[in-house]
Design a protein. Structure first.
Length: 55
């Protein structure tokens, strides 16, 4: 998993924005998802940092 966290985050965010631009997922819903799940993003960043430190 070394060095794959940020590329995966960028792919997910890019995919959500693309779906929003295509009208499949309204931008308001994307914002609501990010507003609801932002703590999970921080937790994942912390876990990633811990895993990198332990190696």
């Amino acid at each position: 998993m070394r060095g794959t966290f940020w590329p995966i985050v960028l792919i997910i965010v890019g995919g959500l924005l693309l779906l929003s631009n295509l009208g499949i997922v309204p931008l308001g819903e994307v914002k609501a998802l990010l507003a609801k799940w932002w703590p999970l993003i921080l937790i994942l960043i912390g876990v990633s940092a811990l895993l990198k430190r332990s190696r």
